[in-house]
Design a protein around this ligand. Sequence first.
Ligand code: ZN
Length: 495
Amino acid sequence: MKVYNTLSGQKEEFLPQGDEVKVYVCGVTPYADCHIGHAMSYIIFDVIRRYLQFRGYKVKYVQNITDIDDKIIDRANQLGISTGELAGKFTTRYFEDMDALNISRADIYPKATEEIPKIIEVVQDLVDKGYAYPVGGSVYFRVRNVSDYGKLSHRSLESTMSMENALGSDDKESPMDFVLWKAAKPGEPLWASPWGPGRPGWHIECSVMSLKYLGNTLDIHGGGQDLVFPHHENEIAQSESFTGIKPFVKYWLHNGLVQLGEEKMSKSLGNLITIKEALGRYSPDAIRIFVLSSHYRSPLTYSEEALESAEKGLDRLRQVVHSEGKGEKGEGEIDTEAYHQRFIDGMDDDFNTPQAIAALFDLARDINRLSDEGYSVTQGQQVLLELADVLGLTLKPLVKPSLDAEPFINLQKSTIAKIRRAKLEKVIEEVERLLHEQGTDAQEATPYINLLREVRNALRKEKHFQLADEIRAKMGELGIILGDTPSDTIVKRKR
Ligand SMILES: [Zn+2]
């Protein structure tokens, strides 16, 4: 298995330190909703983790939450709420997005504000060793003392130093030096430290959290290409100076960035598409396929057309997985081993997901053909589902919630109970989402609840009590009580 290492600038054989691969990925600063750029990065590292597990590795995956930061402070001040309240709210919304996109949870999500003692300990040690110095209540890292500074971003120390004259100087010894501890300004959250009240700098947080939870050397450190310099360069300088051990990270993996048209998608340009907006229009699987259809190191251009075509492609996979061929000719012969191998060959080559996806579509075409010819295709379907799962694709049937009861009621005559159930689940999911986002009184949920009531009445009339009871149980979990009278169902909401 080969991975492209930003540090060496080439593909290298992947040889982790032990059976358990230690992975650290830079996490969010929760001050606003996550956008498609976040979705891209977290989907990619989720797939890398899933693939390592598929290949038999254990993975320990740590992702930080930067819950104190200039942006959080500014936004909280604008809204007149505490930084804790703001960060808490957007951390919850971040997890909603990740769960919706079927991104596995990290093993540990350390928060900067909960790691202050360890951060102070590491900063003090860097001061003691001469790698850092306090000035006016802040502490800066002395970049000149690290001879191989710039090795990740491939900048020479001289070229970095030539910036010095251009930039001028404040209280730092050199403009290249970066902050480890920021002296508190009036009205900002602060923690006591040997250098006075303040808060940690962003770069040191990642060094400390990765060190604490994964040890002195990580196997994989991931993030977007925009983090290479200065964030990751600085992480290396801090971590290697503190531990005295090189390398801090064996394999540095960086994903390309999302563009909207010709421009980078970014908050400052005001051209963001949030994950929640995208999920309102496309299925989670379609967003994943869209991201994985390009190589992870390439830039990804967001467009409605690309997502619509991802959704169409997915429909084909979904149909193939859920079709029940007549199978009168017995089990069809598909060389599933060959598809398995193609998938692995692609993914082993620096996670070439476009190639892996192409193997899935070819397998689907084979299954379809055999099914049309009258063969049973369960074996092929199983392999398709298994490989899709490595990419985090659920291939669940896509049913847009409709406010028309007719198609649901008509489905009762169909023999395919599972399709009916899937459609109802989609409606229930919608109710759940609305209640979660807007509270138990959400008026927008009413038409969906009424629809469920109507369908349930029809089911009971037909004596389909099992499915009718399932609807009631699920609604009960959401705090919606469906009470039955002989002729109708009454809806009550718990408060
Ligand atoms: Zn980081």
